[in-house]
Every structure is written in structure tokens, then in C-alpha cells.
Design a binder for this molecule. Structure first.
Ligand code: SAM
Length: 279
């Protein structure tokens, strides 16, 4: 993609392609596959060394849990009332779930069944434990059902199972081509009217490569280009408020496979030179 970026050592790149070439090698190189596997091995390896706690999965910023969940809840409630309704059983998938922080604090309050996908086994085991009936966080009517210990780039959700596929603070681990093929594959997992919710750190421009945990923080423009490649439309989006100033800005997107009738918060662009009719 034609946008400049940086890595965590301050090295500048003229384009994201230049950065991906540095990480994986030239297209068609014999080593490309091996280098990519190494990228993913190092990414998961980083998280394998992190304590299974809220503070651990939030990089030492455990106190942002509360404003994060509050803003996500307001966003989710609007999606449920506008698209999903409450008079039937709802199911969600929590991708890159870590220890099940989002499932426990948010998803299980709105969905009857939640599945978790996470490649780091000690995180997933911590999630299984904290979401078990013995820990009183589930009832017959609201429970964590399946725990998939697999990375997103290798995961395909069960067809037609989910109203919401929640992807928070993990998509930066995926290379662009795996990002696109994951969302293309995962569309089969959505019920009619279902949505993807993507909540992520946002680079002010271009991208920032973190060489330690092998992740890429992308700009809003970068995400929009990838959504286009995935064949996804932004149903709505919102900026996170109330986080410490030293952190990346955070944005939450609701993405649909169908074209929204009217993009929320914008005026219709179909007849730009005529005044709209007041009905
Ligand atoms: C910052 S934590 C966020 C965890 C959780 N989503 C939350 O908000 O509490 C990043 C998570 O991404 C997971 N992760 C790393 N590589 C991944 C991959 N290739 N596919 C899916 N998840 C991955 C990590 O193991 C970790 O649990």
C-alpha cells in the first residue's frame, strides 16, 4: 500500500509493501513461507511469555478495561437494537480472546452463547476456568461454549452461527493477505444481519511495525483499504474516549457484508446538488 510507515526502532518505510518485503522477503522467494511462519511464531511466542491477567493482555494498562468495556457496550447496544433485536437467542465469537476479558465483561451479558478463539493456550485455559459454571459467570441461558486454540490466520468459523464476530486488539498480528483472507472466510460464520466488530489501535498515519511482538498498527485509511479488499462495508464507527494520552487512539468499527442503506452520521450523497426534501 502506498503509505509511509515506521518500525519500533524508528526506521522509515516508503510503503507497506517495503515493510512486508523486509519481514517476509520478495514475492516468490523460497524463504517467504518460512519467514511468514517465523513472524507468526514470534508473535504468539511474545504472548506466551505474558501473564494470564487483565493487566497482562492490556500491556500493563489494566485500568483501561473499564472505559474500554463501557464504550464497547454503548456501541454493541446500538447494533443489537438496530440490526439484531433481542427476541431470539444470540451468539458471538470472541477472536484473539486472550483470557476472555471481553467475553466475561461484555459479550456474555448480551449473547446466549459465546465461542472463544485464541492461539495462546495458557490464555485460553485461564478463560475456560474463569468462564466455568463453578466461577458463577455463566448460566444455562448464557455460556461460553467452544474454546478454539488456533490462530486467526488458520481459523474458519462454523457456518451461520454468529450474530457478532468480535475482533479486538489482535488483528495487528496478521499480515495484510491473511487479514483479507480471514475476513473473507469468516463471512460464512455470520447469520443474516450479522456484523463484525473490529476494535483496534489506530496509527495517526500509515503504519507502525512493532518488532518485539510482530504486530502492525494501521491507520484508519489503511484499514479502509483492507475492508474494501475484504468486500466489507463500514456500518458505523466510533472513536474510543477516555484512554491515557500516551496510548494509540482506538477506534471501533461495525462491518457488514451488505452495503448500508445510508452511512450513519453522513448525509446521502446520491443527489449532491439538490436540497433534501423535508418530509
Ligand atoms: C492485546 S491482547 C488482546 C486480548 C483480548 N482481545 C482483549 O481485548 O482482552 C492480543 C491477543 O491476540 C492474541 N494473538 C496473537 N497472535 C494471534 C493470532 N495470530 N491470531 C489470533 N490471536 C492472536 C494474543 O495471544 C493475545 O491474546
Amino acid at each position: 500500500m502506498e503509505m509511509c510507515g515506521l518500525d519500533s526502532d524508528g526506521k522509515e518505510f516508503k510503503s507497506s509493501d517495503e515493510m512486508w518485503r523486509q519481514e517476509f522477503g520478495e514475492q516468490g522467494d523460497d524463504d517467504q513461507h518460512k519467514n511468514k511462519n517465523e513472524w507468526y511464531r514470534k508473535g504468539v511466542g511474545y504472548w506466551e511469555g505474558v501473564e494470564a491477567s487483565v493487566d497482562g493482555v492490556l500491556g500493563g494498562y489494566g485500568h483501561v478495561n473499564e472505559p474500554d468495556i463501557k464504550a464497547s457496550e454503548d456501541f454493541l447496544k446500538s447494533i443489537i437494537s438496530e440490526r439484531l433485536g433481542t427476541n431470539r437467542k444470540l451468539a458471538a465469537l470472541d477472536c484473539g480472546s486472550g483470557i476472555g476479558r471481553v467475553t466475561k465483561n461484555l459479550l456474555l451479558r448480551y449473547f446466549n452463547e459465546v465461542d472463544l478463539e485464541e492461539p495462546v493456550s495458557h490464555f485460553l485455559e485461564a478463560a475456560r476456568e474463569s468462564l466455568s459454571p463453578e466461577n458463577g459467570t455463566v448460566s444455562d441461558d448464557r455460556k461460553a461454549v467452544n474454546f478454539y486454540c488456533v490462530p486467526l490466520q488458520e481459523f474458519t468459523p462454523e457456518a451461520g452461527r454468529y450474530d457478532v464476530i468480535w475482533v479486538q486488539w489482535c488483528i495487528g498480528q496478521l499480515a495484510d493477505d491473511d487479514f483479507v483472507s480471514f475476513f473473507k472466510r469468516a463471512k460464512v460464520g455470520l447469520k443474516p444481519n450479522g456484523v463484525f466488530v473490529l476494535k483496534e489501535n489506530i496509527a495517526k498515519s500509515g503504519f507502525v511495525l512493532d518488532k518485539e511482538d510482530k504486530s502492525v498498527t494501521r491507520s484508519d485509511l489503511y484499514f479502509k483499504e483492507l475492508f474494501k479488499r475484504c468486500g466489507l462495508h463500514i456500518y458505523k464507527s466510533k472513536d474510543q474516549k477516555g484512554f491515557p494520552a500516551e496510548l494509540f487512539p482506538v477506534k471501533i468499527y461495525a462491518l457488514t457484508t451488505d452495503m448500508p442503506k445510508r452511512v450513519h452520521g453522513t448525509r446521502s450523497k446520491t443527489r449532491p446538488n439538490q436540497p433534501g426534501l423535508i418530509k
